[in-house]
Design a protein around this ligand. Sequence first.
Ligand SMILES: Cc1ncc(COP(=O)(O)O)c(C=O)c1O
Length: 384
Amino acid sequence: MVAKRMANIPESGTVRITNIVSDLKAQGIGVISFSVGEPDFNTPDNITEAAVQSLRDHFTHYTPSAGIAELKQAVAEKSRKDSGIPCEDKHVVITPTKHAIFMAFLAMVEEGDEVILPDPSWGTFEACVRIAGAKAKFVTLKEEEEYRMFPERVAEAITKRTKMILINSPSNPLGSVMERKDVQGIADLAKDHDLTVLSDETYEKIIFEGKHYSIASLPGMFERTITVNGFSKTYAMTGWRVGWSIAPPHITKEINKLQSQTVTNVTSFVQIAGVEALRGPQDFVQMMRNELKERRDLVYDLVSEIPSLHCPKPKGAFYMFPSYDQEISSEKMAEYLLKEAHVAITPGSAFGPAGEGHFRISYAACRQDIIDGMGHIKEALEKL
Ligand SMILES: Cc1ncc(COP(=O)(O)O)c(C=O)c1O
C-alpha cells in the first residue's frame, strides 16, 4: 500500500497530451509545441565554460549544503541591488527553484493550515501545499481586471487557518505583472494577520512593461517573506537545476535542514556556473527579453485575429493564457488542437479551477513556428 498522502497529490494534467504528441511523432507527423515552459535559447557560453573549467579543476565534491559562499554572496548582492531585498549571504539557500517552493511549504505549513493562492496559477504551488498537508484557498483573478490580485479579494480569503500567501509576478501562466499598490496591499495584510509570504520571482527579468517589485524589500516584510528565484528562465538554464531561496534566519534554518537531509547540495560545478551567470556579462538577458517582446507582440496580434479567443496583453514571462468561447473542456480542447492543428498547448485546467476554459501558449518558440502554429489554431477553431 502506498501512503494515503499520495491520493492528495494531483497528477500532471499534461500526461495525456504528451502521449498523443509521441503517437503523432511516431506516425511522422510534425507537431508545433507551444507547451514547453522554457526559453528556446542556449545557455550563454561563458556560463557553460565556467562549469567545464571547474570540472577540469576537479571541483566535484560535496559543497556546503546551503551552497558555496561565492554564489550565496553573488545572490545576496544581486537581490540587494536589483530588488532592494535587505539580505546577506546567510539568508540564501542555493537549490532548484521548484525544490525551494517545496521546502518552503514543507517548512511552514501543515494539516489544518490554509495557503492563499492566486487562481489561475502554476499547478506546482497547489501540489506542494497539498504535499505539506495544508489546503489551498484560491483567490480568483479575472480576465476583465487584467488578472490583478487585488488586496481586498485576498483579505476576503483570509481565515483563522491562513498561514501563507503566495504571489508570483510575472505570472505563469498569465504573464501578468503585479502593480506596486497591490504588492503593498498584500504586504499590509501579511503584517496585520501575521502571515508569511512566498514570492516566486522566477520571471523577474522577463518584463516588457511595468516594473518588478520584490515584496521582501518593503518595510517590515523581510522577516516574513520567502523569496524564490533562479537561473532557469533568466539565463536559459532549465536543465542545470539551480536557483535559490532568501528568507529570514529562522526560516532559512529550517529550509537548510530539509536540504541537508535530502539532496545535500546543488551540484558543485553548477554552482560555479551560477556565479558566472550573476557576475559575468548580462547582455544575453537583454537580448532574450527584446526577442521575447517581439514574439509577445506577434502572438498577441495573431490571437487578436481569432474571434473566439480573448486575452489581455501579457506584460511579462513568455506565456499567453487566452479564454475561448467554445464549450468544451480545456483537456478536450488541447486534444482537439493537437489532433486537428498539430499544435501542442497546455490545458488551462492545469492551472487551477479558474484555468478551465483557457489554454496556455508558451511563445518561447521561433517566429515561423508562432506564425504557422497560430494559423493552424485559427483554422481548427473555426471548425469547432
Ligand atoms: C512560476 C514558476 N516558478 C518556478 C519554476 C521552476 O523553476 P525551476 O525549473 O528552475 O525549478 C517555474 C518553471 O516553469 C515557474 O513557472
